[in-house]
Design a binder for this molecule. Structure first.
Ligand code: ADP
Ligand code: TRP
Length: 321
């Protein structure tokens, strides 16, 4: 099974990214042929600060490796180091109906949040389709917000195959219902672009500040509450040990759940949960030349796969004469 997924280096990675994409990718290290990459070309649709993009790319690499992605057991690279993807994007864009892109929620959501409505942002799903099809990926672990983009990738693959003959494998999303949309501090989807995240790696003070800022209602402590409707509970349940989670659930249902206390407990649980990874991440960040070497060697492996696939596409469409 060939599994592939990418992540944008457009800001600090957060626990939504961890559950939606990073954790399922790492869990598949030994079970499949794994392709993990940092999509800096996609991040260019929202980041126009040279230093921020370059540093963000190294940070994302350090984060992913620190969490357990072993570059010896997968292909791990930076999207722009494989230029073949942009050529495939162009070929695919000539087959992509405008209506397909016009229906995408993510363009509307992002422009509504203030990201400039550029052509790159509009055609973002075509580059993503090229990312997936270039490596003939079969499964793509993502959060629910990417489901529509996977459908676009499939539609484009079907269109290509029917126009030029069977070429691309049709990719399928892998979405874990339990963590399909991790809520942010305000209850909306946690997202780098919404400023409502709990970062995976941060200092103790910031972590505490973020957790204390989780929005809760003003129901009195002694009154019963529905845990499943509580934003704090929905984040807490991702990390709490099962027995303690049961106790807290009972407090919600029967009265006595104190939000402040649960938040402080969550701060401690989170701090411990990522402790070892945090130490590794600090070492990796201090060794940026090592990180670059890992990424460059990953890009060579990725290109070895991309080049013959692109050659096939060139031949199918008539760009090889
Ligand atoms: P962001 O929305 O924070 O910019 P990305 O678009 O870079 O995150 O997403 C990277 C991966 O993490 C994608 O697979 C995406 O679906 C997943 N992801 C992002 N936010 C969440 C979330 N709140 N819950 C679950 N998965 C998420
Ligand atoms: N669009 C994805 C996101 O915002 C990132 C991404 C780019 C991706 N290319 C991909 C995810 C290919 C999976 C496969 O999260």
């Amino acid at each position: 099974m060939r599994i592939l997924s990418g992540i944008q280096p457009s800001g600090q990675l957060h626990i939504g990214n961890y559950f939606g994409m990073m954790r399922p990718m790492i869990a598949n290290l030994d079970r499949s042929e794994l392709y993990a990459f940092i999509v800096d070309l996609h991040a260019l649709t929202s980041v126009h600060d040279r230093a921020a993009l370059a540093q963000g790319t190294l940070n994302a690499a350090a984060d992913f490796l620190a969490l357990g992605l072993d570059p010896e057991r997968c292909v791990f690279w930076v999207q722009s180091d494989v230029p073949e993807v942009t050529e495939l994007t162009w070929v695919l864009s000539t087959l992509t109906p405008m209506g397909l892109l016009e229906r995408c929620h993510s363009y509307k959501d992002k422009t509504a949040k203030g990201i400039a409505p550029s052509h790159g942002l509009f055609s973002y799903p075509v580059l993503m389709a090229a990312d997936i099809l270039l490596y003939q990926a079969e499964r793509v672990p993502v959060g629910k917000d990417q489901k529509q983009h996977l459908e676009v990738a499939r539609d484009i693959a079907i269109k290509f195959n029917s126009t030029f003959g069977e070429t691309f494998v049709l990719p399928e999303p892998v979405i874990d219902d339990a963590v399909a949309t991790v809520p942010g501090l305000d209850g909306q989807k946690m997202s780098k672009s919404y400023g409502n995240t709990i970062p995976i790696f941060t200092d103790a003070k910031t972590l505490k500040k973020r957790v204390m800022a989780i929005v809760t209602d003003s129901t009195p402590v002694e009154e019963p509450k529905d845990p499943d409707k509580c934003n704090l509970y929905n984040i807490y349940k991702l990390f709490a040990p099962a027995d303690r989670l049961g106790e807290v659930r009972d407090l919600y249902l029967n009265g006595g759940a104190m939000y402040g206390k649960i938040k402080l407990e969550l701060v401690d649980i989170l701090w411990e949960y990522f402790r070892e990874a945090r130490e590794r991440q600090q070492h990796l960040l201090a060794a940026s030349d090592h990180l670059r070497a890992v990424l460059k060697s990953g890009a060579e492996k990725a290109r070895a796969r991309a080049i013959p696939n692109l050659a096939l596409v060139r031949e199918r469409v008539g760009l090889a004469y």
